[in-house]
Ligand binder design. Structure first.
Ligand SMILES: [Zn+2]
Length: 265
């Protein structure tokens, strides 16, 4: 039986945070006490360069791929994925790579390094066009730098939470625990309504460009709403996606209007 996606590792930090503990992020030492006091303003106190975030994204994806069952190309999921995405090599100059996690979650995500991962649970319940619309939506978050911003915030949150662990000298590479904490923080990241609207619009254009049903995004969202409302086991599989993607019913309706308009042309 398939498992749930792993975003979270068990963190074993027995050390207490002392006032002299310091983070080092991207080679910079950060005063923990100051950073904690700054609370949500901590982001302003730390400058993460694009290169820092790009490196972090690559490490994060490596961690995710190691901790989740990535499908082989010759499986049913692998073949379907190749059929769907085989012709899509890049968007806006960003090289893409696709993969399926054989987990039951109805979810998908894209990372700043151009990695797109789709959970098997989502492929099970959605049509080809709907899967592609969701992929377009996730790519939209990357293109609009939502993912980069979320990655930065997640790192700050996870770093603050695990300050003792982050105080090691070696920060060129994140430790397994740090990456786990980052993954956990990222999983809980919520995009704003505006970011969702823009990602939906991106998905719509992505569908048109790739000869996909203009109603695919609307249908995918409506399917999630229906599953959620059905409750029980189905609802639990999409809880993660729902907590990070609110207002799905409204969004489904808006995307339907957009498709109606397009179809009239
Ligand atoms: Zn989204």
């Amino acid at each position: 039986m398939k498992k749930r996606i792993i975003f979270i590792v068990t963190l074993l930090f027995g050390l207490s945070l002392t006032t002299s503990a310091q983070f080092k992020i991207g080679g910079k030492k950060i005063d923990v006490k100051k950073a904690v006091a700054a609370g949500t303003d901590a982001a302003k106190a730390i400058t993460l360069s694009d290169a820092d975030i790009a490196r972090m994204s690559a490490e994060y994806m490596k961690w995710m791929d190691e901790h989740n069952p990535l499908t082989a190309a010759d499986t049913e999921y692998g073949k379907r994925l190749t059929k769907l995405t085989g012709n899509i090599k890049e968007v806006d100059g960003m090289k893409l790579n696709f993969g399926v996690y054989e987990v039951i979650d109805v979810n998908a995500f894209a990372c700043g390094d151009g990695s797109v991962r789709i959970c098997a649970g989502l492929m099970d319940v959605m049509t080809d066009d709907e899967v592609m619309a969701v992929i377009g939506h996730e790519i939209g978050h990357v293109v609009h730098t939502d993912v980069k911003d979320a990655m930065k915030n997640a790192y700050l949150r996870s770093a603050l939470k695990n300050a003792a662990g982050a105080a090691s000298d070696k920060v060129a590479k994140l430790t397994d625990s740090e990456l786990g904490a980052l993954a956990e923080a990222l999983a809980g990241a919520q995009f704003s309504q505006k970011q969702e609207t823009q990602a939906d619009n991106y998905a719509f254009d992505f569908c048109i460009k790739n000869n996909i049903d203009p109603y695919a995004m609307s249908n995918a969202l409506q399917k999630l709403v229906d599953m959620y409302e059905a409750g029980g086991d189905k609802a639990s599989k999409i809880q993660q996606m729902f907590s990070t993607h609110p207002d799905s019913a409204k969004r489904a309706a808006r995307m339907k209007e957009k498709a109606d308009e397009y179809s009239k042309k």
